[in-house]
Ligand binder design. Structure first.
Ligand code: SF4
Length: 324
């Protein structure tokens, strides 16, 4: 049995140079020693507050951004070692869906032409292009009449359907969606999530879904990774993360969800202060300034990533004591 992950990341590190308020420059740490894997057929959810590095991670996994250090591997081969032809194939097989699909569509191009671009590149005849376009538009719930209209004639939810159709037209193996529903109304969010779940089955996809909404990730993901200030603090099967999380930050995020609030603590009690700046990552456990359980050890020593059961890991000095 081939156990090589479809896509994996090893020790990714990424910083950005930014201007600070007093006109000096600083280095913002977006990713710090991030490693993960995506198995074929799996949906991996990546969660965390805004600014935790999850969107940067998604772009690096899609090959749209280079890490400063570390590697992304596709079926065991480093992306940077792929030849030009294989690089192009990887870009086609790994498609991204963005929070704002409008920004990735040409406003002067009819929607049908935008979706059909990969068909033309593949050299399909006009008749096959037309039938493929109809098939994909129907799959995402768009009428074939919509093909003749321009992006600004559609609502946010319809544009996201167009974004998904455009990604599917490239016959991808992996779909990476960055906050695909965060700008949509709740009722439309459910429709788009259901389309993604159905497309995963119909098109045999593996998916990485980035979202700050843990409840959506619980619904759609096989495994969930929790990121905090550029690092992974916990990862595990979605059901395990909700049944028995192993990190105080995960506990705080879950407690913020209505219906999941911990009996003895409100979110404000669990999550102290605001998110620190990624320009100055705290020493020791990076979560310690906000952690109500922090002890002296946490302020100076970086916690190791410990394993708890099958594929469940967390980086907290006190996880065993706190969660058994
Ligand atoms: Fe909190 Fe310490 Fe665990 Fe960090 S290592 S999450 S500060 S208890």
């Amino acid at each position: 049995m081939n156990t090589t992950p479809l896509l994996s990341a090893v020790d990714l590190h990424k910083t950005f140079k930014v201007s600070t308020r007093n006109h000096t420059t600083g280095m913002l740490t977006a990713l710090d020693q991030v490693s993960l894997h995506l198995t074929a057929g799996e949906t991996l959810g990546i969660a965390g507050e805004s600014g935790c590095g999850k969107s940067t991670l998604a772009k690096i996994m899609a090959g749209l951004l280079m890490p400063d250090k570390g590697n992304v591997l596709y079926k065991g081969t480093q992306l940077k070692q792929l030849g030009q032809k294989d690089q192009i194939a990887f870009r086609r097989k790994t498609q991204m869906i963005f929070q704002d699909p409008f920004s990735s569509l040409n406003p002067r191009m009819r929607v049908g032409d935008s979706i059909s671009e990969p068909f033309k590149i593949a050299g399909m005849t006009a008749a096959i292009q037309h039938s493929e376009l109809t098939r994909i538009m129907t799959a995402v719930g768009l009428s074939s009449e919509a093909a003749n209209r321009f992006p600004d004639e559609f609502s946010g939810g319809q544009r996201q359907r167009i974004g998904i159709a455009r990604a599917l037209a490239a016959s991808p193996e992996i779909l990476i969606a960055d906050e695909p529903v965060s700008s949509l109304d709740i009722s439309i969010q459910a429709q788009i999530i259901n389309i993604l779940l159905q497309m995963k089955i119909d098109f045999a996809l593996s998916m990485i879904i980035v979202s700050h909404n843990l409840l959506i990730l619980r619904h759609i993901s096989d495994r969930i990774i929790i990121m905090y200030l550029g690092a992974i603090v916990e990862s595990g099967p979605a059901s395990e993360i909700f049944r028995r999380c192993r990190h105080p930050y995960t506990e705080a995020l879950i407690s913020a969800i209505p219906g999941f609030r911990a009996a003895a603590a409100s979110r404000s009690e669990l999550l102290q202060d605001d998110l620190p700046s990624a320009l100055s990552i705290p020493t020791g456990c990076r979560f310690h300034p906000r952690c109500r359980h922090a002890v002296e050890l946490c302020r100076h020593n970086v916690p190791a990533m410990d394993t708890y059961g099958i594929d469940h890991t967390a980086a907290c000095h006190l996880s065993g004591k706190l969660y058994g």
